[in-house]
Design a protein around this ligand. Structure first.
Ligand SMILES: [Zn+2]
Length: 417
């Protein structure tokens, strides 16, 4: 069954990427060029050198993985650079059939004396919109009936930061020397939530969601309740990085404290041994949490390659929790996390999963369509339904062209949504 699903077929299918960090997804030649133009020192000026020293196939630790963000962050300090990488990100996706993306970024990492918060967000939007307009006017869409490309922005707050993270964060820390650090983190995220709502309104930018990123262990979601409450009350959708480096309790907090609609990674959802509270029935805790997530269709944004690279205990792909997620019929979607840092694409993630978990064409179809259904689509609900319908029609057209028939897969077809 899986042999039907060639790379060409997977590439042709309409796909989404709901978890992709802008600053982890630059084209490598662009990073090198931007660094040259802006006098940013890189460890190497060649692609081969950078792949050997920074953006590797395997990383020794999470710190090693995160090292590359130092360089991408350094070049993304002006509107021109932000617009260029956003434009290129959209095209890199379109070229592999990823027709809906929700790039995420922490604008406060890019704010400095010359570039303010609205300028950062406007620049990203402009780059994406330019690519969208070009593609949607192209023959592929206008003549050959390919569905249009769409996107929504996700704004990330940081669980923690230090002076070295950015000019903005350094200023914030230094101007609040008497506040406990967690209060400063809370201040930054609330300010960002307020800014997000205001900028969305004022500039008419398709900002669709709010996210919490950064170091999980030791920096609980509850510090950011106020920011999420604000986002929630202003109808922003919410996703939270949780259960990546920490256990099920982090996912629980994301859902109960932060009202998460989706979970970034959620890798440790089914790991009772990571529950810190010894007074609870751990197995029951997992069962209740998983049932809630399944029934409410809280989508797990699965990033397999990224997990393999940052989790030393995860030795092989078939040990990834994705297989269990699939069996429990959780709502999952394939994401890249970081196209450059993880050296991956949505097509590559799918090919890896199809092979490792013996996914049927039906499984693949469910996951891909779920990406569109559970997206934080920026248009109206009626428009979203129409878009998803077009995507399903196009999906079936591709299946016919490649002679793949998902309907004959003999797995459980029942799906409440
Ligand atoms: Zn992420």
């Amino acid at each position: 069954m899986t042999s039907q699903m060639t790379e060409d077929f997977v590439k042709a299918l309409p796909k989404t990427d709901l978890h992709v960090h802008l600053d982890g997804s630059l084209r490598l030649p662009t990073l090198i060029q931007l660094a040259k133009d802006r006098n940013v020192q890189l460890p190497s000026e060649t692609e081969e050198g950078m792949r050997e020293l920074v953006f590797k196939e395997r990383y020794a630790s999470l710190g090693d993985y995160l090292h590359g963000f130092k360089y991408t962050g350094s070049v993304l300090q002006d509107a021109e650079a932000l617009e260029q990488v956003s434009y290129e990100l959209a095209w890199d996706n379109i070229h592999e059939g990823v027709l809906y993306i929700e790039p995420r970024f922490a604008p406060q990492l890019h704010v400095n004396a010359k570039t303010d918060l609205p300028a950062v967000i406007v620049a990203v939007h402009r780059g994406l919109k330019r690519a969208k307009d070009e593609y949607n006017r192209s023959e592929a869409v206008q003549v050959h009936g390919r569905p249009p490309f769409e996107y929504g922005l996700i704004i990330c707050a940081m669980r923690m930061f230090s002076e070295g993270f950015s000019h903005y964060y350094a200023q914030l820390i230094n101007s609040h020397p008497y506040s406990p650090r967690k209060r400063v983190f809370a201040m930054a995220s609330l300010e960002l939530a307020q800014a997000t709502v205001a900028i969305k309104r004022e500039y008419g930018i398709p900002i669709v969601g709010f996210d919490l990123a950064g170091q999980e262990n030791g920096f609980p979601a509850e510090d950011h309740v106020e920011a999420y409450q604000y986002a929630h009350k202003h109808f922003l959708k919410k996703t939270v990085h949780a259960g990546e480096a920490y256990g099920p309790e982090s996912i629980f907090q994301a859902i109960t404290d932060l009202h998460a609609d989706r979970i970034g990674h959620g890798f440790n959802l089914l790991s009772p041994w990571l529950i810190q509270d010894d007074h609870v029935d751990k197995q029951r805790y997992i069962t209740d949490l998983t049932e809630y997530i399944a029934d409410r269709r809280i989508t797990l944004e699965v990033c397999i390659t990224s997990n393999l690279q940052t989790m030393p205990n995860l030795k092989a792909i078939h040990h990834h929790a994705f297989g269990d997620f699939l069996q429990r019929r959780l709502s999952v979607t394939f994401c890249t996390d970081n196209r450059l840092v993880s050296n991956t694409s949505v097509t590559r993630e799918l090919m890896l999963a199809i092979d490792a978990f013996n996914m049927t064409p039906r499984d693949v179809k469910h996951c891909l369509i779920y990406g569109f259904k559970r997206s934080f689509f920026p248009g109206s609900y009626i428009e979203k339904r129409r878009y998803v319908r077009d995507i399903i029609d196009y999906y079936e057209r591709v299946e016919r062209e490649f002679g793949v028939d998902a309907e004959h897969a003999n797995d459980d077809l029942s799906d409440p949504e």
